[in-house]
Design a protein around this ligand. Structure first.
Ligand SMILES: [Fe+2]
Length: 246
């Protein structure tokens, strides 16, 4: 997946991006499983936002580092692509509310960071991780991938189809993301569902203190028009405190 995903990424307008979301449900219903998986890759490519390098340099807030926690998968799933809803060629999708999480990996001046590996991991619809200590193994949703990767192209864009995380004891719902760029240590962070009242009681979210940082990791999920099951889409840009690529 990742190799194909890096080829031919095109710039396009945000209007086109919205059209793609609106047509998503119709297209998904009328495609075979294999086509659907191909589509997900194409969708990721065509939904790339145009870059804003330099234009908003002063307004960019660096994404805060946050703990990866103890539940990074102890063993990789058999499938590690950017569609966490479907494992390999299974026909049964994971349980949960479908969401589309995308964004860009940027340096502090807003330049896209290509060839960044973005990793996403999270709990399933029952609050269970792909980790032996990550909740009751009997409740694990065996259809949920739990972890995925995406290699960014020239726009720095990444894309995942997954489920909305649920809370587990002691934590508000959150996604874990890690970004590996050339020559730098892995950057770990988390993002949250904007407006969830549990965020302000969460010790990691609260620990960010600065409202700007809290805003930077809060994803404003919006319902995608035309999806009968109420799929939502949200954007999370990862802004790294690095200088532009040489
Ligand atoms: Fe977690």
């Amino acid at each position: 997946m990742t190799k194909r995903a890096t080829k031919g990424i095109k710039k396009c307008s945000s209007a086109l991006y919205l059209i793609h979301f609106e047509r998503l449900d119709v297209i998904m219903k009328n495609t075979s499983l294999l086509d659907r998986r191909r589509f997900l890759n194409r969708f990721a490519l065509s939904s790339a936002f145009f870059t804003t390098a330099g234009a908003f340099a002063e307004q960019l807030t660096l994404t805060p580092r946050q703990t990866p926690g103890p539940f990074f998968p102890s063993k990789m799933p058999l499938d590690t692509d950017n569609d966490l809803l479907i494992l390999n060629d299974n026909f049964t999708p994971a349980a949960g509310e479908v969401v589309h999480l995308s964004g860009r990996v940027l340096d502090k001046k807003g330049n896209p960071l290509r060839n960044s590996v973005v990793e996403l991991w999270q709990v399933d619809a029952n609050g269970i991780y792909l980790h032996p200590r990550g909740g009751d193994r009997n409740k694990l949703d065996k259809n949920f991938q739990g972890y995925g990767r995406f290699l960014t192209g020239s726009t720095g864009e990444y894309y995942f189809r997954t489920i909305k995380p649920v809370p587990y004891p002691g934590r508000t719902p959150h996604f874990h993301l890690a970004v590996k760029t050339k020559g730098r240590d892995k950057f770990n962070s988390q993002c949250y569902i904007k407006g969830d009242p549990r965020n302000e009681r969460d010790f990691i979210f609260k620990g960010l203190r600065d409202p700007k940082l809290k805003e930077a990791v809060s994803v404003d999920f919006k319902r995608i028009a035309g999806t009968k099951t109420g799929e939502e889409a949200g954007r999370f840009d990862v802004v790294l405190g690095v200088t532009p690529e040489g």
